[in-house]
Design a protein around this ligand. Structure first.
Ligand SMILES: Nc1ncnc2c1ncn2[C@@H]1O[C@H](COP(=O)(O)OP(=O)(O)O)[C@@H](O)[C@H]1O
Ligand SMILES: O=c1ccn([C@@H]2O[C@H](COP(=O)(O)O)[C@@H](O)[C@H]2O)c(=O)[nH]1
Length: 301
């Protein structure tokens, strides 16, 4: 199989399949990862579209939890199972599935039933070859092999009080939990695991989104970037030989240096976009006001 440097794969039989652009979306529990992904899909007009026709799809890391034994399930019901430890996930299956998606293969992924703490094979999600795939979850940047598959990495950064305040009612109302179990699980596993495994992965992000889905500036920028990407893909399918250029390495952190008074942005755009991966943006023009620092990076492979 011949893999070109743009966005398609040429199969030995001459067929050409899409090679998706893979975006990882990490962040603590209830930080707003799914909501951010939904907003991105909606703004791109994808949610009303037949799922076989979508150019952007979202999958959840929760679909890769390991099956629990009966004893583990009994613990889980009392909030005494650690779903926030990396070992709770099937890393190999996650990797193989993302690899298949990147090769343009149609894959089936189970849903997840939080009420029974188990994978839901009745509600499988079929992922058709798509242009952009969003993969969201608490530990999507934890595993180095998986982290390296992403072409772009977003971290949804919502403060822990807000996250707890969202998680408690969500787990009670939507995930069938009682208050005692939710708080026990949070204090025993969720909070310590966030500090140990999730929060340190923020440093791998290309874009940090403070306040999650409320941050419309960040989401609009990301959406615009994806639009540019999809446009460049469709023009390249029409015959252009240019690679996809990604001219963002955005750090959407609060601007503390200005004491929060000036919530401006600094957008640096390279004069001449290059394909050098992780290259710094030394000769850049500056657009203000913004609190975004942009470098440039390009699609790996
Ligand atoms: N910006 C927001 N304002 C208010 N509630 C929100 C916001 N973002 C998410 N929520 C709510 O918080 C809960 C967790 O959000 P979700 O997007 O599912 O987070 P995650 O995918 O990170 O667990 C959900 O009930 C959701 O409706
Ligand atoms: O059976 C389960 C599986 C997962 N969890 C908790 O879910 C979150 C991850 O989902 P978010 O949507 O990112 O919150 C994780 O913190 C697990 O503790 C669960 O409680 N039960």
């Amino acid at each position: 199989m011949d893999m070109d440097h743009a966005h398609t794969l040429s199969l030995p039989n001459g067929d050409v399949v899409k090679k998706p652009f893979l975006i990882g979306v990490a962040g603590g529990t209830a930080s707003g990862k799914s909501t951010v992904c939904k907003k991105i899909m909606t703004e791109l007009g994808q949610t009303d579209m037949d799922h076989t026709q979508r150019q952007v799809v979202t999958i959840s890391q929760d679909s890769f939890y390991r099956e629990l034994t009966a004893a583990e399930k009994a613990k889980a019901f009392q909030g005494l199972y650690n779903f926030d430890h990396p070992d709770a996930f099937d890393e190999q299956l996650m990797y193989d599935t993302l690899e298949a998606i990147l090769k343009g293969v149609k894959v089936e992924i189970p849903g997840y039933d939080y009420k029974t703490n188990s994978l839901d094979y009745e509600n499988k999600l079929t992922i058709y070859p798509a242009d952009v795939v969003l993969f969201e979850g608490i530990l999507v940047f934890y595993f180095p092999k998986i982290r390296d598959l992403f072409h772009m990495k977003l971290f949804v950064d919502t403060d822990s009080d807000t996250r707890l305040a969202r998680r408690v009612p969500r787990d009670i109302n939507e995930r069938g939990r009682d208050l005692d179990a939710v708080l026990t699980q949070y204090m025993t596993f969720v909070k310590p695991a966030f500090e140990e495994f999730c929060s340190p992965t923020k440093k791998f992000a290309d874009v940090i989104i403070p306040r999650g889905a409320d941050n419309t500036v960040a989401i609009d920028l990301i959406v615009q970037h994806i639009r540019d990407l999809l446009n460049s893909q469709s023009s390249s399918r029409k015959g252009s030989s240019s690679n996809i250029q990604i001219n963002m390495n955005v750090d959407l952190q609060k601007n503390n240096e200005t004491g929060g008074k000036k919530s401006g942005l600094v957008v640096k755009i390279p004069h001449t976009p290059t394909t050098a991966s992780n290259s710094s943006c030394s000769s850049a023009s500056t657009i203000t006001p913004t609190n975004i620092k942009m470098g440039s990076f390009s699609r790996p492979h």
